[in-house]
Design a protein around this ligand. Structure first.
Ligand code: AMP
Ligand code: ZN
Length: 469
């Protein structure tokens, strides 16, 4: 079977054919670094991580770019409110973002360009759009004239006639020719405070959409393979990226557009504005395991909505524990020989795994393949009593391959300790302190610390949390 992806642009599944054989260039819209990312955002980054990892598993060389949106209304408002520079303000959230990526085992992209470091590229692009008559100046700002781009609305299925007269997208931009025209460059006003750039376009700052067009094309070329984001990015953000990029180059911008559905909380999208969000640290502080969070965000197909619950994360850890135990049991299995049964189990698991993920990253059959292998190999192990070195190798190599895609099925060194054991050790430490055996109490604290568990003694007892690596 061929590798297929659902392309938002054509609204159907298509066989994936990269521009250059064996290579994939992809762009993923990154975080707006005005605050800590919430786990809804991480659903998008985990979908993109799965895509990246699977492409690598299928033998492609991947070049991924994820931007950091450090210039927008929210970052500017934030730094001005605190009276610090834009860079000082966003640095905190950039650092936290990379820590969360690590904790969730999201692989690094090849490039993380920041808007603040690419003003020149944006200005150059706006200049081309002005020269072509696709952009126009109003006051000190510059807008994109959507009527100059006949394909405007193709990605999102919006109707251009409706957009022309429709509701204003941004009430403050009252001077535009057409309601859905959008800002490429925003002239400075007092609310921007010290945040501005003096450029050939005047004193001001870029609009959000131009940031992604300029940075994606700089690192990936004028036409590249895949562009991703959450469904909320389809309109207006990605629609505008297409208009800007294709308007400027006259070439097709992106071949495959892929969008993930939302993480929901009680029927609503998880969002800062609804105040129904959790950051990763919120969850870790409640004792949840980062890989259980990864598993929850990963194990529902990316185009299906996913409802977040704490029980879901707790159940996820139990499933993972089973997979981690299996890995340990296979590694430690005594000598034996199944006479070919293991080889056929492994072959079936691989076929099912690839068959599922080839079909628009369908993770359900892929995880089913993993659990089938566990079940099958456990039966063999209990009947035969052991494995030959070649059989062990077969299982463990396949497991490594699956884990290179899923990133959750191998036991992480520091998390071989489960909640019940932590609670037991904390109780032992309390007992030790009662008998004034401080050496023992310190030993338990150090032991837990070595396993990545931090204890905190409070008035209402001892609390614990997992260290974020
Ligand atoms: P932002 O920082 O708002 O630009 O969002 C970063 C990424 O997270 C984008 O790809 C969004 O589409 C995505 N996103 C935001 N909220 C959610 C959610 N509740 N579920 C899934 N993805 C989301
Ligand atoms: Zn973007």
């Amino acid at each position: 079977m061929a590798l297929t992806f659902f392309n938002t642009f054509t609204r159907r599944k298509e066989e994936f054919k990269p521009i250059i054989d064996g290579e994939v260039r992809m762009y993923t819209c990154g975080p707006t670094v005005y605050d800590f990312a919430h786990i809804g955002n991480f659903r998008a980054y985990i979908f993109e991580d799965l895509l990246r990892r699977y492409l690598i598993y299928r033998g492609f060389k991947v070049t991924q770019v994820m931007n950091l949106t450090d210039i927008d209304d929210k970052t500017i408002r934030g730094c001005n409110a605190k009276g610090i520079s834009l860079n000082d303000y966003t640095a905190i959230y950039k650092k936290a973002f990379f820590e969360d990526l690590d904790a969730l085992k999201i692989q690094s992209a090849e490039h993380y360009p920041e808007a603040t470091a690419h003003i020149k590229e944006m200005v150059d692009m706006v200049k081309i759009l002005l020269e072509k008559g696709i952009a126009y100046t109003m006051g000190s700002s510059i807008y994109y004239r959507i009527t100059e781009f006949p394909n405007y609305g193709r990605l999102s299925g919006m109707n251009l006639a409706e957009l022309k007269t429709g509701v204003r997208i941004d009430v403050e931009e009252y001077e535009k020719e057409t309601a859905a025209d959008f800002a490429l460059w925003k002239g400075w006003d007092e609310s921007d405070g010290k945040v501005f750039w003096e450029t050939e376009l005047g004193k001001g700052r870029p609009g959000w959409h131009i940031e992604c067009s300029a940075m994606s094309m700089k690192y990936l070329g004028q036409t590249f393979d895949i562009h991703t984001g959450g469904v909320d990015n389809i309109f207006p953000h990605h629609e505008n990226e297409i208009a800007q990029s294709e308007g400027a180059t006259g070439k097709r911008f992106v071949n495959y557009w892929m969008h993930n559905a939302h993480l929901m909380v009680e029927g609503r999208k998880m969002a800062k504005s609804f105040n129904n969000f959790y950051t990763l640290k919120d969850l870790l502080n409640r004792g949840l395991h980062p890989l259980a969070v990864r598993y929850v965000l990963l194990s529902t197909h990316y185009r299906q909505q996913l409802n977040f619950t704490f029980d879901g994360v707790k159940a996820a850890l139990a499933s993972l524990q089973r997979l981690w135990d299996f890995h340990t049991n296979i590694t430690d299995a005594p000598h034996g020989d199944s006479g070919g049964r293991i080889s056929s189990l492994v072959r079936e698991a691989r076929e099912k795994f690839i068959g599922g993920l080839d079909d628009d990253l369908n993770v359900s059959p892929a995880f089913a393949a993993v659990f089938d292998l566990v079940k099958g190999a456990n039966i063999v192990l209990s009947e035969v009593g052991g494995l030959s070195p070649a059989e062990k190798r077969e299982i463990l190599e396949t497991w490594d391959g699956f884990d290179s895609v899923l990133g959750v099925i191998k036991p992480p060194e520091e998390s071989l300790i489960i909640d019940e054991e932590i609670e037991r050790l904390i109780q032992e430490r309390i007992d030790a302190r009662k008998r004034k055996d401080y050496a023992e109490s310190d030993r338990i604290r150090d032991h837990l610390s070595g396993k990545g568990i931090i204890l905190e003694d409070t008035k209402i007892g001892t609390k614990w949390k997992r260290k974020v690596k």
